[in-house]
Design a protein around this ligand. Structure first.
Ligand SMILES: Nc1ncnc2c1ncn2[C@@H]1O[C@H](COP(=O)(O)OP(=O)(O)OP(=O)(O)O)[C@@H](O)[C@H]1O
Length: 335
C-alpha cells in the first residue's frame, strides 16, 4: 500500500489554477521533498494533502483511503496527518510537556504522561518537560515541534519550510538529527523547500515542481545528475549547458564519446578538465576556493554561451585571464 497517492489534482484560487493535473505516489517510510521555485505551488500542494485547502478535481488517497476526490473532502483532523510549520508555532505560554500533550485527545492522564515521556525520549529532550519554548534553542524548539506533531501518532508528517529560518552554520547538523529522528519514528514525511541543498541532505525522494506540475520524481542524486528536462537542469544548477553541435568546438581533444544527435547537452562541473593553452577556447574569469577545491568560471571567446563553471582539486599556474582548453571525461547527459 502506498502512503500517499495523488492523481490528476487541480487546485485553483479565484478560478486561477495553481496545481494542474498533479499526480504523485509516495512509498511508506520515505522522506519526500517538494522542491521548486517560489510560487510554483508547493505550499498549496502540502495544504491540500493536509485538507487545509480544497481541490477542484482529482483524488487524494492516504494509506489506501480516499480523503479527497473533488466532491468529497475529509476534514484535516480525520486525516491522521501531523504538521510542522515554518516557525514551529509552539504555544509560548505552555510548557514543553503541555505543548506535546496539546493534540492528545481521548487519553487519560496516565496515558498522556506516558506518551509525553515516549516523545521526549524520541527527541532526546527528557529533562526539558517543564521548560517554556523561549528557554530552548532553535534546534530544541524544532525537536519539540516534531514531538508535538508525532504525539497523536500520525501516519504522515507534513513540514512547511522546516529549515528556512535556521542559520546555515547549524542547518546541516539539525537536518541530520531530524532525519534520524523521523526515520526512527517510521513515519512517512513530506517537506517543502526551494533550497536544493535541503533536498540533497534530508530527502529520500524529490519531486521537482514548476508551474503547478511535477517535472521529475526521483532520488536527489538522480534529479541532480540526470535531470528530466532543461527546466529541471537549470533549476537544479546541475551543470554546464550547450547545444550538442557546439561540443566539438568546445572540447579538446575532439572526443568521440560526445553524444550524437541534436539537443542540449549537460556537462558536470567536476568531470571537466581545464588546462592552460595558448590556443584554448575560453578564458578564466574568476577563481573561488571552496574548501574541497576550486570553482572556476570560464568565458568562451568565440561561442555565444554563458560562462561555464569547472570544479577542480588544484589550479596549478592558472589565474584570472589565463587562456584555457577544456576536456570532458564522460558522455554528456542529453536533455
Ligand atoms: N490564499 C491564496 N489566494 C490566492 N492566491 C494564492 C493563495 N495562496 C497562494 N496563492 C498563489 O498561488 C501560487 C502558489 O502559491 P504557493 O504558496 O503554493 O507557492 P510556493 O511554491 O509554496 O511558494 P513559496 O516558495 O514562495 O512559499 C502563487 O502564485 C500564490 O500567489
Amino acid at each position: 500500500m502506498h502512503a500517499l497517492s495523488i492523481s490528476q489534482l487541480t487546485v485553483a484560487y479565484h478560478q486561477q489554477p495553481v496545481l494542474h493535473d498533479l499526480s504523485l505516489t509516495i512509498e511508506q517510510g520515505d522522506i519526500v521533498c517538494l522542491l521548486g521555485p517560489s510560487g510554483c505551488g508547493k505550499t498549496t500542494a502540502l495544504k491540500t494533502i493536509a485538507g487545509l485547502q480544497t481541490s477542484q478535481t482529482g483524488r487524494i488517497e492516504l494509506f489506501g483511503h480516499t480523503v479527497a476526490d473533488g466532491s468529497f473532502n475529509l476534514p484535516t483532523q480525520q486525516r491522521q496527518v501531523g504538521f510542522i510549520f515554518q516557525d514551529y508555532a509552539l504555544f509560548p505560554h505552555m510548557t514543553v510537556a503541555a505543548n506535546i500533550a496539546y493534540g492528545l485527545n481521548g487519553l487519560n492522564r496516565g496515558e498522556k504522561q506516558q506518551r509525553i515521556r515516549t516523545m521526549l525520549e524520541l527527541v532526546e529532550l527528557q529533562p526539558y518537560a517543564d521548560r517554556y519554548p523561549h528557554e530552548l534553542s532553535g534546534g530544541q524548539q524544532q525537536r519539540i515541534a516534531l514531538a508535538r506533531a508525532l504525539a497523536p501518532g500520525p501516519q504522515l508528517l507534513l513540514m512547511d519550510e522546516p529549515f528556512s529560518n535556521i542559520d546555515s552554520q547549524v542547518k546541516h547538523r539539525m537536518m541530520s538529527e531530524l532525519r534520524q529522528l523521523i526515520k526512527r519514528s517510521g513515519v512517512t514525511a513530506i517537506f517543502v523547500t526551494h533550497a536544493k541543498d535541503e533536498a540533497f541532505a534530508f530527502a529520500d525522494q524529490t519531486a521537482v515542481m514548476m508551474n503547478g506540475q511535477i517535472q521529475q520524481y526521483d532520488t536527489p542524486a538522480r534529479v541532480f545528475n540526470q535531470p528530466a528536462n532543461l527546466a529541471v537542469a537549470q533549476f537544479m544548477e546541475a551543470g554546464n549547458l550547450c547545444e550538442t553541435h557546439q561540443l566539438q568546438e568546445i572540447l579538446t581533444p575532439k572526443t568521440p564519446r560526445v553524444t550524437a544527435g541534436e539537443g542540449t547537452a549537460l556537462l558536470k562541473r567536476h568531470l571537466l578538465t581545464i588546462q592552460a593553452s595558448n590556443t584554448g577556447v575560453a578564458e578564466v574569469q574568476d577563481i573561488q576556493f571552496t574548501g574541497r577545491g576550486y570553482l572556476l568560471s570560464v568565458a568562451f571567446l568565440q561561442q555565444s554561451l554563458a560562462d561555464w563553471q569547472v570544479e577542480c582539486d588544484d589550479i596549478g599556474d592558472l589565474a584570472v585571464g589565463s587562456r584555457v582548453a577544456l576536456s570532458y571525461s564522460a558522455s554528456p547527459v542529453l536533455l
